[in-house]
Design a protein around this ligand. Structure first.
Ligand code: ZN
Length: 389
């Protein structure tokens, strides 16, 4: 029994052959071409019917003369194979087309574009990159090739190249992507920070803020860089600015800011900031940050009092889980510990971040969605809060 999609493969050559018949070109007229022409197609068709696609491809690409119809048939078959995920076969067909000396220039560029898509689909990023780069010289394919290259550089985490590609797209096609480009600079800055290259990190962060002065991530990283350079005041300033301009991102900076204040001998100010933030912009992550600091700076009783206050204002499963954990430990009570475990299992399911574009759920906060590759699509809030009535 032939799968449904395979019928398309069979149908295609059949339609092309029917075209020849209608135009009165039959096998006898093309007899001089030996194995080429319609006869080869019927052979290919036969192989397809017998589910031998590789032999079918051999028959199709063995055709001696390329005319517009046969070229179209090759493209159609190649696309179908790619869509079916049979990338190797698509590559064979498109490579064959590309290598034929009698292929018109326009179709050659087309074949290269299809081949590049095959490589991309097959995850052969190096070869896809090389093919798309060659397409930059083809006016009809240039913009699409630039878009594809931009995608590939992000997948390869080649941030300098991604920045360059985004700039070209903006210049030549008017496609603005300043939010993305700021993230590319932030990614490059993180890489530089990890490698200890502070100057390079600084330069990238400056660029990030230049293309997107509202970039929260760049401000957070600028604080990290200042901390590395032992400039606590500058770091505190950067992180404060995040909380003031974008309070929804407070959970990402509150811990850093409180620790920096504490390290500068300003613990009371740090505690005050945490309690104030929790009042003004309540969130589960912020509660965790505050509870951990209060527990270590003022002791478990103060941390529990903070939890109780917060739960009265904003009851949450996550908050009760923290409270039960602390009670079970304090009382050494087995049934209470069992209840805590049950609630913990439930709370964990709700402790995910969710992409606002595609719904992809993740335990960690992401600047770029691992599911759909969108930037800034994760609100720094847990599922429990996102779905709260
Ligand atoms: Zn997504």
């Amino acid at each position: 029994m032939i799968e449904f999609e395979l019928w398309y493969l069979v149908l295609l050559p059949l339609l092309f052959a029917a075209g020849w018949w209608l135009r009165g070109v039959d096998a006898s007229q093309r007899g001089g071409e030996g194995d080429g022409g319609p006869r080869a197609y019927f052979r290919g068709l036969n192989y397809l019917l017998n589910e031998q696609p590789d032999k079918a491809i051999d028959a199709f690409i063995g055709v001696v003369r390329l005319d517009p119809e046969t070229i179209d048939l090759h493209f159609a078959l190649g696309n179908l194979f790619r869509r079916r995920g049979e990338v190797d076969r698509a590559v064979r067909i498109h490579t064959h087309l590309l290598n034929r000396a009698d292929l018109p220039a326009r179709s050659r560029a087309e074949a290269l574009a299809e081949l590049a898509q095959d490589f991309l689909k097959g995850g052969l990023l190096d070869r896809a990159e090389e093919s798309f780069t060659r397409l930059l010289d083809e006016p009809r394919h240039r913009v699409d090739a630039q878009r594809a290259l931009l995608r590939i550089y992000q997948m390869e985490r080649e941030w300098d190249k991604a920045i360059e590609a985004a700039r070209r797209l903006e210049r030549e096609a008017g496609e603005s992507s300043h939010v993305q480009v700021a993230h590319f600079h932030c990614e490059a800055a993180e890489k530089a920070l990890a490698a200890g290259d502070e100057e390079r990190a600084r330069s990238h962060l400056e660029q990030a803020l230049k293309v997107n002065r509202k970039s929260v991530r760049a401000a957070i990283l600028a604080g990290d860089l200042a901390t590395r350079r032992a400039d606590a005041e500058a770091a505190i300033g950067h992180w404060r600015s995040v909380g003031e301009a974008n309070p929804e991102y407070l959970p990402l900076v509150a811990g850093r800011l409180a620790d920096a204040l504490d390290a500068a001998g300003r613990r009371a100010e740090a505690l005050n900031f945490l309690r104030r933030s929790l009042l003004d912009h309540p969130s589960i992550d912020l509660l965790d940050v505050a509870q951990a600091r209060v527990a270590s700076w003022e002791g478990p009783a103060a941390a529990e009092a903070l939890l109780r206050d917060e739960l009265q204002r904003h009851p949450s499963l996550a908050g009760f889980e923290r409270l039960l954990a602390s009670r079970a430990v304090a009382l050494g009570d087995a049934p209470l510990e069992q209840l805590h475990m049950l609630i913990q299992a439930q709370a964990r399911k709700l402790a995910r971040y969710r992409c606002s574009k595609c719904g992809f759920r993740a335990r960690e906060f992401h600047w770029q969605c691992p599911g759909c590759s969108s930037w800034d699509s994760y609100p720094p809030r847990r599922l429990e809060e996102l779905d709260a009535p």
